[in-house]
Design a protein around this ligand. Structure first.
Ligand code: SME
Length: 153
């Protein structure tokens, strides 16, 4: 399942004209391919804060300061942050009351954080290590692709 997810994503992200379309299709694909998710999307680094990018799920907060939220923690640490129970995380920003666990993966391009992939689940402890590793590989592949195409034509 996880291997198939990665391999299908690699095919999906080829031949996109813009970064925007890659982000949109990956958000949609992951949201549909993995069960028990209620939000999948990108927050992009504009140099001062994170800005809401393409996503699937309910409308969400449009800006996240680097000091705030699970996403901000991911930016500061430049590493994946997994929160098995968001109610136990002191700094979690609730966009959808249904969210119970959250995974945020940094998008690192030559060491620079260009954004994060944020995934919410309505189930506590939703993500096992194998799924986390697969999603990290998906992000790595995605960054390799978006590094070579314009954000928007
Ligand atoms: N929960 C995130 C905010 C974004 S929503 O989950 C879509 C956070 O704490 O940074």
């Amino acid at each position: 399942m996880n291997n198939q997810l990665l391999e299908t994503t690699k095919i999906l992200i080829q031949d996109h004209p813009t970064q925007l379309s890659v982000y949109a299709n990956v958000a949609s694909f992951v949201y549909g391919a993995l069960p028990e998710l209620n939000w999948v999307g990108f927050y992009l680094n504009d140099g001062k804060r994170l800005i809401l990018g393409p996503f699937m799920g309910k409308p969400a907060t449009t800006e996240i300061p680097f000091e705030s939220g699970v996403c901000g923690e991911c930016v500061r640490k430049k590493e994946t942050v997994y929160v098995p129970d968001v109610h136990l995380h002191p700094d979690h920003i609730a966009c959808d009351a249904a969210s119970e666990s959250e995974l945020v993966i940094p998008m690192l391009s030559k060491g620079k954080l260009i954004g994060v992939l944020d995934i919410d689940s309505p189930k506590k402890h939703r993500f096992d290590q194998e799924t986390i590793t697969t999603l990290e590989k998906i992000v790595e592949e995605l960054v390799n692709v978006v590094d070579n195409i314009p954000f928007f034509k």
